[in-house]
Design a protein around this ligand. Sequence first.
Ligand SMILES: Cc1cc2nc3c(=O)[nH]c(=O)nc-3n(C[C@H](O)[C@H](O)[C@H](O)COP(=O)(O)OP(=O)(O)OC[C@H]3O[C@@H](n4cnc5c(N)ncnc54)[C@H](O)[C@@H]3O)c2cc1C
Length: 435
Amino acid sequence: MANHEASGKQVVLVVGGAVAGSEAVAQFTQQGILTIVMEQNPRPYGKIEDGLPRWHVKLRRQEYDKIDSKLADPNVRFIPLTKLGRDITLEEILGWGLSAVCLATGAWRDRPLPIPGIDAYVDRGFYYQNPFVYWFNHYEDPGYDGPRCEAPDGAIVVGGGLASLDVVKILQLEAVGHALKAKGLPGEMLELEHKGIKRSLDALGITMADLGVKGCTLYYRRRVEDMPLQEPPDNPTPEQMAKTGMVRRKLLQNFLEKYLFTFHERHAPVAPIVEDDGLAGLKFAETEVKDGRAVLKPGSEKEVRAPLVISSIGSIPEPLQGIEMKGELYRIKDENSGEVEGLPGVFALGNAVTGKGNIQISFKHGRLVGLHVCEYLRGRPALSPTKVAAIEAKIKSLQEKVGYSGNYKEWIAKARHFDGLSAQPERVEGVAPTV
Ligand SMILES: Cc1cc2nc3c(=O)[nH]c(=O)nc-3n(C[C@H](O)[C@H](O)[C@H](O)COP(=O)(O)OP(=O)(O)OC[C@H]3O[C@@H](n4cnc5c(N)ncnc54)[C@H](O)[C@@H]3O)c2cc1C
């Protein structure tokens, strides 16, 4: 096999070491391919660490361990704290003459909220989901110096997918948790999340009104039945669609009963309300759903004031110089191969391709594209030992720049030492939903 030729090796670069990237890495290392993993953060856990809310204690730990076991392979060269597009360009990387490059960079850009001028109010009464969840996941870390967010009672969330329900949950848990603690009552986040706010308050014989908590409100532009909380089967019949709609309604109902927030369907934000140079709320218009599209009802506008607005309408890949986009996503030939159009030997995988998904989808796509890349490499000559040595020298120089000694386990042990996870109790997780 070409990969084991005594004369040289295949060398693949994977950018992003999380669920999709690490699974592709596993496919390469099993074939004896020298695999470089370039990761922008100190730790390679991606959305598992910074997206999936931190109450998923057991799931997070399991996924961390899976990623670690794949990246600790002796055929992996890990380069942390190095961002493609900021610390090194794609053009430079392509100049290394690698056998293949895999982009497993995820979807880290919040889809812009379609209200002209709204982005001027980011951090002034307005947040996007990704930095908000990042803050929630990390603000208790010792020495945390990332974005600082507020989670005031009475906020508005614009969204409708599972991630927006997580944002709602964070707001509710923060508001109720603080109010309980202020009264000297138990308000531990993991406990509140697990039991639900309703059951926790009932057990204390207290209500949201007693606590002076109003709760947040979620606005969705279409009908409850359209919320992407549950996927229909492929090519669904009208009956199957109706059944999916009923499941979605039930899921939302359970959620409302458990976490006590307010929900409005068929409302689309149309304009900001600005006061003192900050966002003081949104104007919403009612909508009618016609052929699956939300159409604004003329004359239905109303003002909704709130101390905070959070947009949670989806995450998309960050543009990378040198990669063509097709709409919000990287332009690829097809999802099965992940081949990036116009760049032979460059592949994209995981959330970077789907722009959404869940752990399982990213894992499967990482494996699919990883296997496709192995197949692609079988037909190609290995790199000469001189070439491999030159690449190893470049890797070493990048590792030295960020103070990485070359020992993955040692590095992660230090990085995980600061992880609040170890202090949190275990509990059984539900089934991981689609986001
Ligand atoms: C609020 C929220 C809740 C969720 N809840 C669930 C759930 O309950 N169950 C579930 O299954 N899924 C859930 N998900 C989705 C799930 O976490 C993701 O779909 C999955 O983890 C994505 O994996 P990935 O490897 O494709 O991408 P990512 O995890 O995003 O990995 C991309 C990696 O690339 C790195 N990177 C990005 N750009 C660069 C660059 N330029 N240079 C170097 N490195 C770079 C990143 O740091 C990251 O490590 C949730 C997501 C969110 C946002």
